[in-house]
Write a protein that binds this ligand. Structure first.
Ligand code: FUB
Length: 693
């Protein structure tokens, strides 16, 4: 990089002066505003999207970079700041502020962080490796010396573990090099190999020279998708764009595939990373688009994209909005204040309570949290605050810094910037999904710090009976909607409770039925709940199997189905589908509860559908236990049952329960073959219900 810079410093310095006046963009890209971030390295772990970044110091006029930071999200819009996870100072051999691009990868529960540094004793550049037990660190230098180098070319490590377990570490500017890492991930076998930079492999540079024969410049990102290996890299010199090449093997031959992202964006470098998360593909890069931003004060941005059917990557535009939000924020659990979509004026710092807190708050500063689902409404706002000064006020707004105020919380002095205290205020006027703005006001100077915030749902979010919801369909569909085109009609032709039930008809397949979205304010992955529903069918077979199920998206974004409760519904009888200890799968999002039948398309009624805290017993019709052959319900199967069934065939059986018990071949209809099979059984001619057609 030094050689690259030496030839280009004049142009770069001129360019940063222009770039420093980049427009202030109050949008959701760049993803971090509390400090400058560069060289993003995304990593998916434990259903969470982490991004590791390098860190340009404020006001830098060169790559003055002290440490690496870590941010995470599960919704792609609100990012939790995990602070500085590793610094040049953690490497005894490294020169100050030379913490350039890095990448982290997990193997066997350990996290390996490959970094660029300058070895103080020798100069040049080198790749170091640090290890941690958690994605958020603390990371420790694994070797006490460089893993590879020194060599001026050795910057920008990218690491990938192939399906056969072989790990590759690529790196380099302007050469592209790799080593095969050993299984311990902190040593390698063989020599450093150099990839031949051919124009077929890496494109033709119009003004190419011996050192830069192709478009390849630096910042490689290496990964595999299906049978294709991808090398995505900063290209074309100054200003850099992002191009990529593909190969059928991990080490070539490479084929140049073109440009992914153009060079606009207020930074003369770019550096990218690509990952898939919850069924979406994401491209991380950096620009100079924050206030004061430029070529040495960069900021990480993220875009969503879709691979072409042949696996090629489309051109990706830089946007202010970034990716769509994947799930709403639940305001009724503790939310870290450092989980931010956008902020103005604040910073973050290490919190004495663990994690980070928001600090340096002055009047007029604000934090935006995108897409918060208030459900039916909130009644209280609580925050954990600390102030060594006079405190101030948190104004809680919806949708913008001047949008409706849903709470005003006075914050007192607490005697110290880390002396934490909870403050609460009434909240009213929020329901449904809104962006949330915490707007800070008070006197001059720093006001207070915030560690976390949380709302309390109106009425605790529970019905008077202590349920999350109860649907009785007395006045409508109670938030249930059609699944697969079934007709839903609140009807008074049947009811388990009150005067009406929901009549589900015009089903054309067993999966058609009724569904309801589970609000995030109450229903969380991995948590346990009690569910109950009353169902009744009076148009189908003697018995129809009816199920209450959960439809959700798993960690890969794929739709999955999970049974909550099921039962046989005897014609004309209400039956309770109930599970007082149902645990939502640990990777679930976008959850809907629904009712369907195991097969067929019979119409049915549903009533008194309840979701409640785990363990809540819900009184209902229970489940009718059918003992096949026990037609007179005596508890035994004998000649009386055969006689009763025979008579029932000639006249009729008293009810559907008796019919279900007489339907010994489980065909769904009580008929002559059932009576014959029953007689064979009770006379000892067969030890099973054998039907003779
Ligand atoms: O951040 C310092 C250097 O700038 C990186 O190592 C390069 O990839 C470029 O982004």
């Amino acid at each position: 990089m030094k050689k690259l810079l030496s030839g280009l410093m004049a142009a770069v310095v001129g360019m940063t002066a222009v770039l420093a006046s980049a427009p202030y963009i109050s949008a959701d890209n760049p993803i971090v505003q509390t400090n400058y971030t560069a060289d993003p390295a995304p990593m998916i772990y434990n259903d969470t999207f982490y991004v590791y970044t390098s860190h340009d110091l404020d006001g830098s006029t060169y790559f003055t970079m002290p440490d690496w930071k870590c941010y995470s999200t599960t919704d792609m819009q609100n990012w939790t700041d995990h602070g500085s996870v590793l610094s040049y100072a953690d490497f005894s051999w490294a020169e100050e502020n030379t913490a350039w691009a890095a990448q982290c990868i997990e193997r066997n529960g350990k996290f390996y962080f490959y970094v660029t540094l300058v070895p103080a004793a020798t100069g040049g550049r080198a790749i170091g490796v640090a290890v941690a037990d958690s994605p958020e660190g603390p990371f420790k230098d694994a070797l006490g010396k460089p893993l590879i180098g020194p060599n001026w070319d050795y910057i920008d490590p990218t690491v990938f573990i192939d399906d056969d377990g072989q790990a590759y570490l690529y790196f380099g500017n302007p050469t592209l090099n790799y080593v095969k890492l050993n299984e311990d991930m902190i040593s390698y076998s063989g020599e450093v190999s150099q990839i031949p930079l051919t124009t077929e492999g890496f494109g033709a540079r119009p003004d190419g020279d011996e050192r830069h024969p192709t478009l390849y410049e630096e910042g490689p990102w290496f990964y595999r998708r299906g049978d294709l290996y991808y090398m995505v890299y900063a290209a074309s010199g100054i200003p850099e764009n992002i191009c990529y090449s593909t190969s059928p093997t991990p080490t070539g031959p490479w084929t140049f595939r073109g440009e992914i992202m153009g060079s606009a964006g207020g930074s003369f470098t770019n550096h990218s990373g690509i990952v898939d998360y919850r069924g979406h593909s994401y491209f991380a890069y950096h620009t100079g688009q924050l206030p004061g931003g430029g070529g040495f004060t960069r900021s990480v941005c993220i875009e969503e994209f879709t691979y072409q059917p042949d696996g090629l990557i489309p051109k990706i535009p830089q946007t202010k909005e970034g990716p769509a939000q994947l799930e709403a924020v639940n305001p009724y659990i503790r939310n870290e204040a450092e989980k931010i979509c956008w902020e103005s004026g604040v910073e973050t710092e290490v919190c004495s309570e663990g994690g980070m807190n928001v600090a340096n708050i002055e009047k007029g500063d604000y934090i935006k949290i995108k897409g918060v689902d208030f459900g039916d409404g909130a009644e209280k706002f609580t925050a954990s605050i600390a102030s060594a000064e006079q405190g101030g006020v948190i104004e809680v707004h919806l949708d913008s810094t001047t949008g409706p105020i849903i709470g005003v919380c006075n914050v007192p002095g607490t005697g110290g910037w880390q002396n934490w205290q909870e403050v609460s205020c009434d909240s009213a006027g929020a329901s449904g999904v809104h962006d949330l703005y915490l707007v800070f006001s008070g006197g001059d100077g720093f006001l207070f710090n915030v560690d976390w915030w949380q709302f309390t749902a109106a009425g605790g979010g529970l019905t008077e009976e202590g349920y999350y919801f109860k649907s009785t369909f007395e006045n409508g569909e109670d938030g249930w909607s059609s699944r697969g085109g079934a007709s839903l009609q609140p009807a008074d032709t049947a009811a388990y409770e009150g005067d009406a039930a929901l009549y589900v008809s015009e089903r054309t397949a067993s999966w058609n039925g009724m569904m309801k979205k589970l609000p995030t304010m109450h229903f969380q992955k991995g948590e346990t709940y009690s569910f109950s529903a009353e169902v009744m069918q009076n148009e189908g077979r003697i018995s129809e199997h009816i199920m209450m199920k959960l439809e959700y998206k798993d960690g890969n974004g794929d739709v999955q189905y999970h049974t909550i409760a099921e039962a046989d519904a005897i014609r004309g009888e209400w039956v309770q589908l109930s599970n007082t200890e149902y645990t939502i799968p640990a990777d679930a999002s976008d959850m809907h509860v629904y009712l369907e039948t195991a097969d067929g398309s019979v119409s049915f009624y549903a009533d008194q559908i309840i979701a409640a805290p785990a363990g809540t017993a819900i009184a209902g019709s229970g489940i009718i236990t059918i003992l096949k052959g026990d037609v007179d319900r005596s508890g035994r199967i004998n000649a009386f049952d055969a006689a009763y069934a025979k008579k029932g065939l000639l006249t009729s059986l008293p009810n559907a329960i008796a019919e279900a018990e007489a339907d010994v071949d489980e065909s769904g209809t009580f008929e002559l073959v059932d009576v014959v099979a029953l007689i064979q059984y009770v006379t000892g001619k067969s030890d099973r219900f054998v039907t003779i057609e």
